[in-house]
Design a protein around this ligand. Structure first.
Ligand SMILES: O=C(O)c1ccccc1NCC(=O)[C@H](O)[C@H](O)COP(=O)(O)O
Length: 200
C-alpha cells in the first residue's frame, strides 16, 4: 500500500471530500499561487479534517518563525519545504520538532536531496502544483524510497504505473485531483483506490 497526499485544499468543503475518500495526508499551500490559503482558512480546514489526517503546510520562502507558529498552534502537523532552505533554517525547524518534507524540484534531484540531511521525508516534484509529469524514470538511483513522496503530474491514468516504477512511500497529487480547478471527489476516490491497492 502506498500512502497518498492530496494537496491544494482551499475550503472546508475540500476537507470534507478528502475525509470521505480516506486520504493519508492533506496539503494546504501557504505560498504564492492559486491554491494559497491564509491562516484563518487553514485553521478551518484543520478543524474539518479527520483527526487521523495530518495537514501538511506547503511553504516556499515563508520565514521559519511563521512555519513554527503554525505548527505550535496545531494548524499544520508537517511542513513541506517547497524551495531551497539554508541548513540553519532546517536546524531551527528541527529544534522546534516540526516534522519536515524536503522537496527537490525538476533537475539535479540528487544534489538537492543531499541538502536535506535529517529531514523526515523527501519529495521529488516537477514544479509547484503545475500538473507537469515528472520523468520518474530518471530519478536518482539512491532515492531512499522508504521516505520518498513522489509528485508531479500524477493522475488516475498514470498513478499505477508511477507507483510500480518508483515504489515510493507516498504519492502527492494536486492538479490530478481536480476538475475545472476544483477538488473532485470521484477523482480523489479513484486515486486513493489505486494508491491503497494491496501488493502494488
Ligand atoms: O499547488 C500550489 O499551488 C503550490 C504553490 C507553491 C508551491 C507549491 C505548491 N504545490 C505543491 C504540491 O505539493 C503539489 O501537490 C505538487 O507540486 C504536485 O502538483 P501537481 O503536479 O499539480 O499534482
Amino acid at each position: 500500500m502506498t500512502k497518498i497526499k492530496i494537496c491544494g485544499l482551499m475550503t472546508v468543503a475540500d476537507a470534507n471530500l478528502v475525509n470521505q475518500a480516506g486520504v493519508d495526508y492533506a496539503g494546504a499551500v501557504f505560498a504564492e499561487g492559486r491554491h494559497r490559503v491564509d491562516e484563518v482558512t487553514a485553521r478551518l480546514i484543520r478543524q474539518e479534517l479527520s483527526d487521523n489526517i495530518p495537514l501538511v503546510g506547503v511553504f516556499t520562502d515563508s520565514p521559519v518563525e511563521e512555519i513554527i507558529a503554525l505548527y505550535q498552534k496545531d494548524i499544520i502537523q508537517i511542513a513541506q519545504l517547497h524551495g531551497p532552505r539554508q541548513p540553519e533554517e532546517i536546524q531551527q525547524l528541527k529544534r522546534a520538532a516540526v516534522p519536515l518534507i524536503g522537496v527537490a524540484l525538476g533537475q539535479k534531484l540528487d544534489e538537492q536531496l543531499g541538502a536535506y540531511a535529517g529531514v523526515d521525508y523527501l519529495m521529488v516534484d516537477s514544479g509547484k502544483g503545475s500538473g507537469r509529469t515528472l520523468d520518474w524514470q530518471t530519478l536518482p538511483k539512491n532515492k531512499m524510497t522508504e521516505k520518498l513522496f513522489l509528485a508531479g503530474g500524477l493522475t488516475v491514468f498514470n498513478l499505477k504505473e508511477a507507483i510500480a516504477e518508483v515504489q515510493p512511500f507516498a504519492v502527492d497529487i494536486s492538479s490530478g485531483s481536480e476538475s475545472s480547478g476544483q477538488k473532485d471527489l470521484e477523482k480523489i476516490e479513484k486515486l486513493v483506490a489505486i494508491a491503497h491497492q494491496k501488493g502494488e
